[in-house]
Design a protein around this ligand. Structure first.
Ligand SMILES: Nc1ncnc2c1ncn2[C@@H]1O[C@H](COP(=O)(O)OP(=O)(O)OP(=O)(O)O)[C@@H](O)[C@H]1O
Length: 236
């Protein structure tokens, strides 16, 4: 279980994440929905050790992660797919994927994990020798997810994976994320794309001005008034 307990992030006087508590189980896709500036990225960055939490706690498998450096978190089993993907354009698909296998826990299994990534993303297997900068946005996002998988995470954090992608590509990506879930990984995804993420998530939370204002199963949220009003223009 990945747990955020009363997590708070401040930038100077600005309260970006306000007392957020949520959890993600193994083999579960949990989505945090929120508009621009709601605090989604700040929440993920605090979990990933990229911004300090000013209060609260992050726990994984019962151990406290708060205050642990970002690279140590990867070694502990937490991987982040950042907004903008962070792939290396002048390297091939396979080289990018292998970059993810740096934690000690990942190295002995590198070949098996690579085979698993190619099974989840068959397109990447076809294009293993292609330079990543020549690929589409959706394909690059798949490389970024695959690279995070190479670290053999227990939990995967994804910052707006659908951003800038065509709807059909977003569908492919979320179907692949559902296959990642089948491997036992828990996924925490922050998204503005409500419809597609709720279609594939198990549960979700609504974030507004840094606070959780609602939560439920994906089915419950799909028909929730706050979701309808805030994100879907009131059309049920
Ligand atoms: N480094 C920073 N310094 C100061 N304020 C920041 C910083 N990063 C974010 N903020 C502010 O904190 C709030 C939450 O930002 P955050 O990026 O977490 O939101 P978000 O929901 O991810 O939005 P977006 O979809 O635009 O990335 C916003 O008001 C933003 O302007």
């Amino acid at each position: 279980m990945l747990e955020l307990k009363n997590l708070t992030v401040r930038y100077g006087k600005h309260l970006a994440v306000d007392d957020v508590s949520l959890n993600v189980g193994q083999s579960e896709i949990v989505v945090v929905l929120g508009a621009n500036g709601a605090g989604k990225s700040s929440t993920l960055k605090a979990v990933a050790g990229m911004v300090p939490a000013s209060a609260g706690e992050v726990r994984m498998g019962g151990a406290t992660l708060t205050g642990v450096a970002a690279h140590k978190l990867t070694a502990a089993g937490l991987a982040l797919v950042p907004e903008g993907r962070g792939v290396v354009g002048q390297m091939t698909v396979e080289e990018n994927l292998r970059l993810g296998a740096t934690p000690t826990r990942a190295r002995p299994a590198e070949e098996d994990t690579l085979a698993q990534v190619f099974e989840i993303f068959p397109k990447l297997a076809e294009r293993r020798t292609q330079l990543v900068r020549t690929m589409s946005g959706g394909e690059q996002q798949m490389v970024a997810v695959g690279r995070a998988m190479m670290s053999k995470p227990d939990f995967l954090l994804l910052d707006e994976p659908s951003l800038g992608l065509a709807p059909i590509v977003v569908g492919d990506l979320f179907r692949a994320l559902a296959r990642v879930r089948e491997t036992g990984v828990g996924l925490l995804i922050v998204e503005q794309n409500v419809k597609i993420s709720l279609r594939h998530a198990d549960r979700g939370y609504l974030l507004e001005a840094g606070r959780i204002i609602g939560s439920g199963t994906a089915d419950e949220l799909m028909t929730d008034n706050a979701v309808q009003n805030s994100f879907l223009g009131g059309a049920a």
